[in-house]
Design a protein around this ligand. Sequence first.
Ligand code: TRP
Ligand code: SF4
Length: 333
Amino acid sequence: MKQRIVSGMRPTGKLHFGHYLGVIQNWVNLQDEYDCNFFVADWHALTTKYDNTEELRQNVLDVAMDWLACGIDPNKSTIYVQSLVPEIAELNIYLAMCTPQNWVERDPTLKDMVKILDKKEATNSQISYGLLGYPVLMSADIMMLNAQVVPVGIDQVAHIEITRDIARRFNNIYGKQYFNEPQPKLTQVPLFCGLDGNKMGKSNNNDIKISDDEKTTEKKLMRAITDRTRIKKDDLGHPDLCEVVYKYWEIFGDAQTVSTVNCECKAGQRGCADCKRALAKVINEKFAPIREKRRYYEEHISEVEDILREGSNKAREEAKKVLADVRELVRMY
Ligand code: TRP
Ligand code: SF4
């Protein structure tokens, strides 16, 4: 029996290289070894953007298309939409009832989120009841399929800890070791920053999207920061001070090329503009098949919708079994 994985992403729109390297690539590699279940967390999007849902549906599709293009395979993994599995909402209720208030109030990830919200305009800075329940809803996502393993980034580990606590507490209260205490599965990902050297993110306007075309990719790379001590093309360069372009080379280039870049840069035999153009070419070649596949899905949206609907129905079948057990354990009517 394969171990079961559940993981999700909020529908923030088209995904970028940070998502690809940090999350999606990892998911793709887990598909043979585990029973994988990947979902778009559209309810979680509402925890902060309940008053701005115009793009929500398109964002769900964009995330799904990026996953499919990158190799998340609906024949191997169950791909679904959180809100199309309403059983999660019912489980959320049972879990919410047995989660102590101070567990959610202490959630460090929530505190970070509140800080970010506080910087934005007053309309959005109110913390809703739903946002406070973020980690409980996340626990419901995971426990709905009684997953054992949750591949996430380091920023989500605190949430998995709460999930383990909630699972243990539920089991104790209702007298049965029913739920697994899921393990976070962290992957070592290369530190990958945005074009300006800060964390890559949509709102930082420093990202390259998986779905960007070749021209856009090159244009964006041309404005990436390099070794700032270099002014003229034949100044001696410092690859270790070139935190963006050289780092990208290390991630996307083969060993031979990286060492050439390193030597030529140090010797002042390599202009930064040429270096970036060469990098753009390498990156564009790597992403060509992914981007082609994405364009296919963009032109066949109904296929994407079918995949999501079928995946959601499949997830529901499992969810219904768990929910029936839970209702029995809690002694609902
Ligand atoms: N909170 C996660 C994030 O922002 C997304 C998420 C929602 C999730 N539910 C989940 C991840 C369940 C793993 C398991 O990245
Ligand atoms: Fe960076 Fe390349 Fe310029 Fe060297 S030549 S500083 S590696 S962009």
